[in-house]
Design a protein around this ligand. Structure first.
Ligand code: GUN
Length: 292
């Protein structure tokens, strides 16, 4: 049986450090400020945003949430971000994605000041990560949380390991690949057009699943002893729990994979809590940078 990588517990240790450092920084007159912006009423996004705002308060941050109606126009959203860029009480700005179709997400993301871009989505931060300038970058929270979990399972030296990242999104797949590359792994990014995906996955010492397809990665796709990081959060019908009930599953068929893997993250309680913890860590770093 695989070792369970307990994201909830690792996230608690990250958050404890963030909370303590926030106390020290606040005593010097700087309280980290996080602004979370949501447009529309997507229920999953609302849950994520509420938990980000709540966690920010628990860390001792100044936490503000801007909830805008689904028909908000792009210019209004740009104006709000420009106001937040100029607000010295705000150190981190997060615009929850996806945005409604009539808004160009690219324009919105690039409006965020790179120094407040705690999601790490602006060209400046993507470029810093891509060129290996990781210490000066804000790295996207999900892959950065996943890296901590990988290091917990395998130790800090990942040199020469084969890593396969399934999924090529800007939020997870591409930054994850860059982080693994910076850690001297041999990295392959797989996607919906990849040939022989099961075979490729079986070559992975580190397998990261970020495709958003429930239980797509089967147990016999996993190399014995591999570290499996499941980024997927998919809600599927669960008639066994009663009519109309649902449950959360990852992109990996957990019950099969845990029999083969060396270490594996659960869903829920794996990568999810780490994403929020790393958002708090990034916001604290943004605040510390303003302190010089
Ligand atoms: N939507 C899903 N994941 C994320 C994330 O990490 N950041 C933002 N801003 N939106 C998301």
């Amino acid at each position: 049986m695989a070792q369970l990588i307990d994201g909830k517990q690792i996230a608690e240790t990250v958050l404890a450090t963030v909370t303590q450092t926030t106390g020290e920084l606040s005593a010097r007159g700087i309280t980290p400020g996080l602004a979370v912006v949501i447009v529309g009423e997507d229920p999953a996004s609302q849950v994520y945003v509420a938990s980000k705002s709540r966690k920010a308060k628990e860390c001792g941050f100044h936490s503000v949430q801007h909830t805008l109606p689904a028909d908000t126009d792009q210019a209004t959203l740009v104006a709000l971000i420009e106001t937040l860029n100029a607000d010295p009480a705000i150190h981190g700005i997060l615009v929850q994605l996806p945005l409604p179709d009539h808004i160009d997400s690219g324009v919105i993301i690039q409006t965020i000041s790179p120094e407040k871009d705690v999601d790490g989505f602006t060209f400046v931060n993507v470029g810093r990560l891509g060129t290996g300038e990781i210490d000066s970058a804000f790295v996207p929270c999900t892959p950065s949380g996943a890296m901590i979990m990988i290091e917990r399972a395998r130790g800090r030296d990942l040199s020469g390991l084969n890593a396969v990242v399934v999924g090529r999104s800007n939020i997870v797949g591409k930054p994850m690949a860059n982080l693994l590359l910076a850690a001297n792994c041999t990295v392959t990014i797989a996607h919906s057009r990849t040939a022989n995906l099961p075979e490729l996955c079986r070559s992975a010492d580190i397998l990261v699943a970020a495709v958003g397809r429930p239980e797509m990665i089967k147990g016999d796709w996993v190399k014995p002893g591999a570290t499996v990081i499941d980024v997927g959060i998919n809600r599927i019908p669960a008639p066994e729990k009663g009519e109309g009930k649902t449950r959360l599953v990852g992109d990996v068929a957990y019950d099969e994979a845990e029999k083969v893997a060396g270490a594996i993250t659960p869903v829920p309680g794996g990568v999810g809590p780490m994403t929020i913890a790393l958002l708090m860590a990034n916001t604290l770093v943004a605040a510390c940078r303003t302190a010089g």
